[in-house]
Write a protein of this length. Structure first.
Length: 454
């Protein structure tokens, strides 16, 4: 039976899309083509008051509520069947104060918008590596990317937020105002409210020396062992994630390497002058390709967007690691080369440096003692390959678990409610108490859900 949303279109000022509308299928589509959800309505809210009205409507009518910023969530938490999707894409303004090195970012902005608009002022915010990702989900989960070693996680640069709570009230939060809420937002996912605006500290980075240094897949164990030892000793300004990948079939890659399975490190260093550490890194082994070059940060931050457009099938998992023993390297050397499709990949992001100099209990993110954040991502455009990519990602992540820290990154998981407590470790109980304070009825439950404390 169809769920009625009568009166929603007059409750909010933004556009409301329902199943009978001709563009309903386009509007409900998510980044992950594996997820197919049919909401009762999608409300394109235009400001925080609109969001508040939508939340109140959803609560009063007993609807499940999902919040969508960029729609990239692997598990499809930006939507729900027979419920209300609050879409923030109309709220994407970015306002930069260059003198204060601050940016105020709407909850529906994409990372490309954030990086491009701050770049015009010679600044940036450290974010993730796919530019079409929404700033909302990325930030609330933590935010790992190219600049994490030098500038910290995205949440480490969050200084304030505007939040619509489960009762429809609107609050401002920072270290002084609603400090428990501010603590929980920094890594606690979408459990505590709808963030309609983020205020970020910016950094003076405009150009980076960046690109992949790629090796034969047979060199994987040797390259990973070297990387494991080299990176934690390198200066914070030098960052790189180890990866298994297939070389994309197009420029700028040479044709003879197209679709070849390789391993390598994707390096990033702010500025145009090569550091001694980056020079040393480039001199290791016998690369098939050294693609490092000076590039404007917005171009680098969107470099993978064309390879991973919306609509591909995705199945991913994440694990944190403090160490990479030889036994773990053997697991990587076995499973990495078995990537089932050319878009499937494994990344080990470097999350030491600046990110590790924040206490484990200073924010909801509880893995400050991790050195790497790994993601095992099976990806392919063809739904017929959904089973194969899932099986590989699950088998790989299961095999590496004995050498991981447990839990895993909230933004790198499908719908796995039994793992949520582990994602927050020692911070879970405090998060559950804050959840009970701000959302006692668990209105915001379409996520990696933190149950309100009894």
């Amino acid at each position: 039976m169809a769920v009625s949303v009568q009166g929603l279109a007059t409750a909010v000022r933004g556009r409301v899309v329902e199943p009978a509308d001709t563009d309903y299928d386009a509007c409900r589509a998510l980044y992950n083509g594996m997820i197919d959800k049919r909401p009762a309505a999608i409300a394109y809210c235009i400001d925080e008051n609109d969001v508040a009205a939508a939340v109140r409507y959803g609560v009063e009518h007993g609807l499940r509520i999902a919040v969508r910023s960029g729609g990239h969530n692997g598990a499809g938490s930006g939507s729900c069947d027979d419920g209300l999707v609050i879409d923030l894409s109309e709220m994407s303004d970015v306002t930069v104060d260059p003198a204060a090195r601050m940016a105020r970012v709407g909850g529906g902005a994409t990372l490309n918008k954030v990086v491009t608009d701050t770049h015009e002022h010679g600044l940036t915010v450290p974010v993730g590596i796919i530019g079409t990702t929404g700033v909302g989900g990325l930030t609330l989960g933590g935010g790992m990317g190219h600049l994490t070693r030098g500038q910290g996680l995205t949440i480490d640069n969050l200084v304030a937020a505007t939040v619509v709570l489960a009762d429809g009230s609107i609050v401002q939060t920072d270290a002084e105002r609603e400090p428990d809420l501010f603590w929980a937002l920094r890594g606690g996912g979408g459990n505590f409210g709808v963030v309609t605006s983020f205020s970020f500290r910016c950094h003076p980075v405009t150009t980076v020396l960046a690109g992949p240094v790629l090796y034969d897949i047979g060199d994987a164990a040797e390259v990973l062992a070297w990387y494991r030892d080299f990176l934690p000793k390198a200066p914070d300004e030098v960052s790189g994630f180890f990866a298994f990948l297939s070389i994309p079939p197009g420029p700028p890659f040479p044709e003879e390497l197209h679709l070849r399975k390789v391993c390598g490190v994707v390096w990033t260093q702010p500025g145009e002058e090569e550091s001694d550490a980056l020079r040393e890194a480039r001199s290791f082994g016998k690369p098939l390709l050294d693609g490092i070059a000076p590039v404007p940060l917005p171009a680098w931050n969107s470099a993978f967007d064309a390879v991973y457009p919306p609509g591909d099938q995705w199945y991913w998992r994440g694990e944190f690691a403090r160490e990479i023993p030889d036994e773990a390297i053997a697991v990587h050397a076995e499973y990495g080369p078995a990537m089932p499709t050319w878009k499937s990949t494994m990344h080990l992001y470097a999350i030491d440096g600046a990110a590790s100099r924040v206490a484990n209990d200073a924010t909801a993110w509880s893995y400050r003692d991790a050195i790497w954040g790994g993601v095992f991502a099976g990806v392919d455009p063809d739904p017929a390959n959904a089973g194969a990519i899932r099986e590989w990602a699950v088998a790989y992540s299961d095999a590496i678990k004995p050498y991981a820290m447990g839990g895993g990154y909230v933004n790198f998981h499908m719908d796995e409610p039994d793992r949520v407590r582990g994602m927050y470790g020692s911070n879970y109980d405090r998060l559950a108490r804050i959840k009970a304070q701000y959302d006692p009825d668990n209105v915001f439950r379409v996520n990696q859900n933190i149950q309100p404390a009894a």
